[in-house]
Design a protein around this ligand. Structure first.
Ligand code: ATP
Ligand code: MG
Length: 198
């Protein structure tokens, strides 16, 4: 009995802690207290870490979580912040995809930019909600999301971090089929100066 109660209390505290962290991150980004730390980072390595972190959660829901890249993908970005972006997008993809589904991370390497796609076979988002999901506390289905413990801050954080990278998230979604969230980041500085010199 005591263990059961303590487990419940611990879970509530974890939820509160996450909420406080999210609010803090948002307010720090908004007030400019967080400066982005730009450097050459490997997106493949970053996404591999995120995928590893979600392995258990995905397995529990019988969701296949895949990363489709086998080589280094260098971009000029803030490692910690982009980790948060990918974490929030993968977390949503798993949360809003029913059992037996699939969540995939893929990349599109352009000359100057790399686009990262997080694709799910989930419930999708009705078109009239798409423009609002990046607002803080906005959730498509209030009751459903509360049940899953969401507060509606994840995508607001994603939006702010990407703005700090002069980028933004794109969404394509079909109700009943799934969603694709994507964002662009510039390839490394080195690459830019090399290609400009050509
Ligand atoms: P939090 O991320 O703060 O825990 P949340 O997941 O509800 O809570 P957001 O990540 O900001 O909040 O997402 C906002 C809403 O957008 C979600 O509540 C959900 O309705 C919708 N949504 C986001 N990602 C997806 C997705 N991949 N598939 C379907 N709906 C989504
Ligand atoms: Mg979320």
């Amino acid at each position: 009995m005591r263990t059961k109660f303590l487990k419940k209390a611990a879970k509530s505290l974890d939820g509160l802690d996450m909420l406080v962290q999210d609010l803090l991150t948002l307010s720090q980004i908004e007030t400019g207290d967080i400066k982005m730390k730009f450097e050459n980072i490997d997106l493949n390595a970053l996404c591999t870490e995120v995928v590893d972190q979600f392995e258990e959660k995905a397995e529990k829901k019988d969701i296949r979580l895949k990363l489709k890249a086998h080589h280094k993908i260098e971009v000029f970005a803030d490692w910690q912040r982009i980790t948060q972006v990918v974490t929030n997008l993968v977390s949503n993809a798993i949360n809003y995809t029913p059992e037996g589904g699939e969540v995939t991370i893929t990349f599109d390497l352009g000359k100057k930019n790399v686009t990262t796609y997080i694709t799910d076979t989930g419930e999708g988002i009705p078109p009239q909600h798409i423009s609002r999901i990046f607002e803080r506390f906005y959730r498509v289905d209030k009751s459903r999301s509360r049940e899953k413990g969401g507060t509606g801050l994840g995508l607001a954080i994603v939006k702010h971090i990407l703005e700090g990278h002069k980028s933004k998230a794109e969404v394509q979604s079909t109700v009943g089929k799934g969603s694709v969230f994507s964002f662009k980041l510039p390839r490394t500085r080195l690459y830019h100066s090399e290609s400009e010199a050509l």
